[in-house]
Design a protein around this ligand. Structure first.
Ligand code: PHE
Ligand code: NA
Length: 460
């Protein structure tokens, strides 16, 4: 695409828009879509939760993604410095830096458990390829997953392999090469999800699965569920922590931020919904519980792979693609931490990647132990709503449900109120002043109010 861009001066940046979309979708599409979305949808009663999640994507996620990309492109530096530089209306511009700091901490905490789950996917590549699902009953498949979780040594092995992969890629800085891979592998993931939906169609409970996903029943949605939906909108779009800001700094000036952000969000949402459409019919036709928790996809999809023709091939390919999707997201989590270390300490890239990566790997041990030896340890057990949450649950809760929405809230306020209006209009002009006014209204009032409302509603 580079030569094409050079040859055609009228569209010199075409390849860069695509490159941005690939990098941003690489970060967005990951375990959040295929592992987390289905299981939290199952835990929170289905349709009503999905509806609230979709509203959060549209009213909160997309505007905040646009705001982040705009800050990044305008500032053209690392997230913290971009915000410092752009806080023109704010005399004490230093105070915005803590948002960058919180983003860094979120990256750190998220990657520590993300890598453990990425390890599950790696383990399942081997199980699929080894034919362990062929003809296996629902119970046998459940037992295989249970055996993995109760064995800290295998979890540690796969977590280590996953983290080593991510560290190698980030240390070499070959992320640009990854874009080419994403270009091929993302469409392939999409096709495989369609195959799985095709299998789901052949089960006798397809209609029940679809209606679970898309028929809202608000009596099943708790206040906690609403916060989870909001938090997941941030998690799944990689928002509220500066990842999209960093990518935005590479976006060419004339590319429409609005269109690009909408494209990435739609891709991400479609992947999540397809995963749900593949999984819930299998859940119902196999007599499983939709609210079974984090093991949901590992207890359902292998049933399909064990029964469909070509299941060994499809299953192996599917889990390889899931690993790739997880690795591209993990890279976007480690990269900012490494850059920050480089800026702060001035060490070599290799050293910074090793220090960052290994400390995150070590933190991952907490998640591993939460799944077995420490599964009964509930550090915040004295608070009713956290009574049954393990360290892993708390890490997930603190990042997705608190830190990311809080970061996003301040990013919306920043672009809405503190960045110069000129700069904002310049970056976000839709070629239509009315559209810009509408967007600014949403960003100034609707988005922050919606985040606050969910927070307050959840507290009382
Ligand atoms: N968006 C990724 C996913 O859905 C997770 C992620 C969160 C990646 C935050 C980067 C930053 O899997
Ligand atoms: Na996602």
């Amino acid at each position: 695409a580079g030569t094409q861009a050079g040859a055609n001066a009228a569209h010199p940046m075409w390849s860069s828009r695509l490159a941005f979309i690939l990098a941003a979708s690489g970060s967005a599409v990951g375990l959040g879509n295929i592992w987390k979305f289905p299981y939290i949808t199952g835990e929170n009663g289905g349709g009503a939760f999905v509806l609230v999640y979709l509203v959060c994507i549209a009213l909160i996620g997309i505007p905040i993604m646009m705001a982040e990309v705009a800050i990044g492109r305008r500032g053209g530096r690392s997230p913290i410095n971009s915000m410092r530089q752009l806080a023109q209306r704010d005399g004490r511009s230093k105070r915005w830096a803590w948002i960058g700091g919180m983003g860094m901490l979120s990256s750190y905490l998220i990657l520590s458990f993300y890598s453990v789950i990425g390890g599950w996917a790696l383990a399942y590549v081997g199980k699929s390829a080894g034919g362990l699902f062929v003809g296996a009953s629902t119970e046998q498949i459940g037992a295989q997953f249970g055996a993995l979780l109760s064995d800290p040594y295998s979890l540690l092995l796969w977590h280590s392999v996953f983290m080593a992969l991510v560290i190698m890629i980030v240390a070499r800085g070959v992320t640009a090469g990854m874009e080419k891979a994403i270009n091929i592998l993302m469409p392939l993931l999409f096709v495989l999800l369609l195959v799985m939906v095709g299998y789901a169609l052949s089960t006798d409970r397809f209609a029940d699965g679809i209606s679970f996903l898309f028929t809202p029943d608000f009596s099943k949605l708790s206040t906690e569920g609403v916060l989870t939906a909001l938090g997941h909108a941030f998690f799944t779009l990689s928002l509220g922590m500066g990842v999209m800001m960093a990518y935005g700094s590479y976006l060419p000036k004339h590319v429409s931020i609005a269109k690009t952000a909408v494209t990435v969000s739609v891709v991400d949402t479609v992947v999540a919904l397809l995963a749900g459409m593949a999984i819930f019919p299998i859940v119902f036709s196999s007599g499983l519980e939709p609210g079974a928790g984090p093991g949901l996809i590992f207890n359902t999809l292998p049933i399909a792979f064990g029964q469909m023709p070509g299941g060994v091939l499809f299953g192996t390919l599917f889990f390889i693609l899931l690993v790739v999707a997880a690795v591209t997201s993990a890279i976007s989590l480690l990269e900012p931490v490494v850059e920050w270390f480089e800026e702060q300490k001035g060490y070599s890239r290799l050293r910074c990647t090793l220090v960052g990566g290994i400390s995150i790997w070590a933190l991952g041990l907490l998640t591993i132990l939460s799944l077995n030896a420490w599964s009964g340890f509930h550090p915040l057990g004295f608070i009713a709503r956290f009574a049954d949450k393990t360290i892993f649950d708390l890490l997930d809760y603190a990042t997705a449900n608190l830190m990311m929405p809080l970061g996003g809230f301040f990013i919306a306020l920043f672009v809405g109120w503190f960045m110069s209006k000129q700069a904002a209009e310049n970056e976000l002009s839709f070629g239509n002043p009315l559209a810009f006014k509408l967007f600014m209204f949403v960003l100034r009032f609707i988005t922050p109010a919606a985040v606050l409302l969910v927070f307050v509603y959840n507290l009382i």
